[in-house]
Design a protein around this ligand. Sequence first.
Ligand code: ATP
Ligand code: MG
Length: 293
Amino acid sequence: MQLVIENLSKTYPGGLRALDGVSLVIPKGMFGLLGPNGAGKSTLMRTLATLQNADSGTARLGDIDVLNEKTRVREILGYLPQEFGVYPRTSAVKLLGHLAALKGVGSSNRDRLAVVESLLERVNLSDVRHKPVATYSGGMRQRFGIAQALLGDPQLLIVDEPTAGLDPGERNRFYNLLAEVGESIIVILSTHIVQDVKELCTNMAIIHHGRLLKSGSPSDAEESLRGYVWSKSMSKRDLSEKTWDYPVLSTKLVAGSPLVRIYSEEDPGHGFAAAEPDLEDVFFSYLNRSKAG
Ligand SMILES: Nc1ncnc2c1ncn2[C@@H]1O[C@H](COP(=O)(O)OP(=O)(O)OP(=O)(O)O)[C@@H](O)[C@H]1O
Ligand SMILES: [Mg+2]
C-alpha cells in the first residue's frame, strides 16, 4: 500500500498559498517531510489526516480516496498533531482507555485495558501509567501522544514535528519507537531537523512555500551534490569581505570560527576544499534555488 498525492493545493482565506500543486508518492516506511517554518508541512499533514480540506488535487491510499472517504481514512489513521493541546489531570491509563473507547478499540473494557497496558508498555510509560498526564515531562507527553496515535493499529501514521523540545536521549527513544513502527506501515514525519531525516527516513521530500522542491532517498539526494560542495574555515573578517562569488549553503561557527560551505560546479579556488555533501547541503541548495527562481 502506498500513498499517492497528486497536485494538492490549498490557499487559506486571505490568499496565502500554503500548498501549491504538491505531488508525492509515499511508500511504506519512514518518510521525512522537511521544510522551514511556514513551508506547509502541517497543512499537508492535517489535510491527509482529514482535518481540513484541500482546494484541489487528490490523495489515494490503496483503494481509499483520502480527501473524500474521511471515515475510512480515520479507521486506519494515527495522528500526532504539532500541538497536542490540553493535558488533562487524568492518568495515562484512564485517558488512553477513553480514547480507545472513542476509537472503537476492543470489544470489552477488559480488552481495551489490555490494549492500553500493552501500548503504555511499548512507549515505556508503564511505571507512570497511573500519574496524571498533566504532570508528565515533554518527552513523556510525546510518548503518550504516540501511544494514542497507535491505538487501533493504524496503517498510516502522521506525526507533526514530534521531537521539538525533546532532549537527545528522549529524541533517540522516540525515534527508535517510530522506526520500529515504520517497518510495517507508512509513517510520515515532519521536522526541520535535517539530520533526523537522514538518520531515520528511507524517503523524504523538501517543501518550501507550499511547493515540492525535491523528493527521493536522503542518500540519493546527497549523492546528487557530489563534487559541488566546498568548504573553508575562515575568519569573521574574511567572511564579511567575501572576495568570492558563489552561493553560500551554510555558515556555521566551529569553535568560534565560521565554517563556510558553498555550491560550485567547478573548483572555486580561494582556499576552499572539496567537501562531502550532506543532507543539509541538499536542503539549503534547494531553498536557495527556490529563492533565486
Ligand atoms: N488556518 C490558517 N489560516 C491562514 N493561514 C494559515 C493557517 N494555517 C497556516 N497558515 C499559513 O500557511 C503557511 C503554512 O503553514 P503550516 O503551518 O502548514 O507550515 P509548517 O511547515 O507546518 O510550519 P512550522 O514548521 O512552523 O510548523 C504559513 O504561512 C502559515 O502562516
Ligand atoms: Mg507545522
